[in-house]
Design a protein around this ligand. Structure first.
Ligand code: BYC
Length: 471
């Protein structure tokens, strides 16, 4: 049974918080610190109110409420998907046994580590995006930015709830730390690389929500398989919100590509800069950057950590239960790429140690759907050019390709070639300057900046020209 959020509670929830005074008090003590963090490092642009979706229950129908509210009055709640009382662990050495409702002592450290890494990314992305409001290309986009931001904040709450509820004093200390590390900080950076990169403009924001949020989708998908049932249920609910973030990225890049294609046609040129468009070459370089730093988020091609997580039943594979194998993988090998004697070669390793690569392959397939969409937009516009994903070894800092130079086409190159070609492969200072010069806010309902096409529909059945934000 789902308990709907009681909106008279300070922390809306469906975890029966009111009957756990100790936990409630711990979370109520954390809440003002979260609000202070939001004030200091959340969105800088202050709006009077925003048309936001707020999670109010875990029911499939009617789980969210839409309405205009000031951002700081958003109710960051705690919601877990409904419990399946018969749920059993679907993989690893505990396969077939009932899912755990408490943290198994022997896996406490590993589980806490996974929660902290997941939790760390959520506030990091809000910090990365805090200045974007000032240059939003439309009120529709501004609303979507704020929606993504409040929901990333809620996802932080989701992990903090688990840390407080199941990990005692250590969990509470880790919850504090989640507000003390900051994106890009020299002394206390965020844990994973991509979350310390600045999101400096709206093209970067759309690429981030396409590629980096998509890593979130896949990592949450593996944690939704976890034998630790409260984590699984939390992630299943988070994935529902995450779908909107994917939509923002996919349609955001769609609209940039569409506008560029229109300008290319209209002016019969590849160089759309004088006409206020973003050239395809710049879009490709942004894509190369965001895809490659997001690939790093999956960890090494070979990893004993991931083998241990899987065997222990803590982190499964993408759509674990749909896989037709023994869900133990103890006698199976898998092929991964490795750099051997100056060549990229295929190595066969125990499948358990290749699970980061297994997930990365699923992610690649999903990312490629977007590229196909964008190429279709170009094709329909009659543009004879395509976008593509670079090779998985390109620009990597984690795993088998770290320390090597790989071209977007997948050739191992020397440092001199890399230095010569880098400006053609990754965004340059001039690219950033160009895009920044286009970032002029458009705050009139229904109007769009010149570098982006309008969306095909509005939010929650509202028209595109709806006043999504009152400034
Ligand atoms: N940067 O054995 P390895 C999201 C560390 S995004 C820095 O190869 P492992 C979101 C690693 O921690 C989803 N360090 O890999 C998106 C390990 O350190 P220790 C976030 C890195 O451990 C947008 C060492 O290197 N959630 O939700 O199998 C907006 C060796 O690692 C990196 C998760 O990732 C890196 N890129 O897996 C908002 C889920 N990669 O232990 C939100 C939880 C690896 O030796 N995390 N390292 O000190 C995990 O499942 C795993 O920890 C990882 C790495 C996938 C991150």
């Amino acid at each position: 049974m789902t308990l709907d959020a009681d909106y008279s509670d300070r922390i809306p929830n469906n975890v029966d918080l009111r009957n756990d005074r100790r936990l409630q008090r711990a979370l109520e003590a954390w809440q003002p610190r979260f609000m202070q963090w939001w004030k200091d490092l959340g969105p800088d642009l202050i709006a009077r109110d925003v048309y936001l979706r707020t999670a109010i229950s875990a029911d499939r129908d009617g789980w969210a409420h839409f309405g205009h509210i000031p951002l700081e009055e958003y109710r960051w709640g705690i919601f877990l998907a409904d419990r399946d009382p018969d749920r059993r662990i679907a993989f690893g050495e505990h396969m077939g046994t009932p899912a755990w409702q408490q943290v198994p002592g022997e896996y406490r450290a590993e589980l806490q580590r996974l929660l902290v890494v997941q939790g760390d990314t959520e506030p990091a992305s809000v910090e990365q995006q805090r200045l974007l409001g000032f240059t939003a290309p439309s009120l529709y986009d501004l609303r979507n930015l704020f929606q993504v931001n409040v929901e990333e904040g809620r996802h932080l709450w989701a992990m903090v709830y688990l840390l407080h509820a199941f990990f005692g004093r250590e969990g509470r200390e880790q919850a504090e730390q989640l507000l003390l590390r900051h994106s890009g900080s020299v002394d206390a950076p965020r844990i994973l690389g991509a979350f310390n990169e600045p999101t400096r403009d709206w093209l970067a924001f759309f690429m981030f929500t396409y590629f980096t949020d998509r890593d979130g989708k896949f990592q949450l998908g593996t944690l939704a398989e976890s034998g630790f049932d409260p984590l699984s249920r939390t992630c299943r609910f988070m994935l529902r919100e995450e779908a909107h973030h994917m939509m923002v990225g996919t349609t955001g890049v769609d609209r940039v590509v569409r506008r560029t294609a229109e300008l290319m046609r209209e002016h019969d040129t590849d160089d759309v800069r004088p006409h206020g468009g973003i050239p395809l070459g710049v879009i490709q370089r942004y894509l190369n950057f965001h895809y490659s730093v997001s690939l790093d988020l999956f960890g090494g091609e070979r990893s004993t950590n991931v083998a241990n997580y899987y065997t222990a039943g803590l982190k499964g594979r993408w759509q674990e239960e749909r896989r037709a194998d023994d869900h133990q993988l103890t006698d199976v090998t898998a092929a991964i790429d490795a750099v051997v004697d100056g060549h990229i070669e295929t190595a066969h390793v125990p499948a358990l140690t290749a699970l980061n690569q297994d997930l990365r392959s699923e992610y690649f397939t999903d990312c490629n759907n977007g590229v196909r969409r964008w190429n279709r937009i170009l094709e329909i516009a009659g543009i004879d050019a395509t976008l593509s994903l670079p090779h998985h070894g390109f620009n990597r800092r984690v795993g088998a390709f770290a320390g090597h130079h790989v071209s977007p086409a997948g050739a191992l190159v020397d440092a001199a070639t890399w230095a010569l070609c880098e400006a053609a492969w990754l965004p340059t200072a001039a690219d950033y300057e160009l895009v920044e010069s286009m970032m002029r806010p458009v705050f009139e309902p229904g109007k769009m900046a010149g570098w982006i096409a309008p969306p095909t529909s509005g939010i929650n059945g509202q028209p595109v020209e709806y006043t999504y934000v009152h400034l």
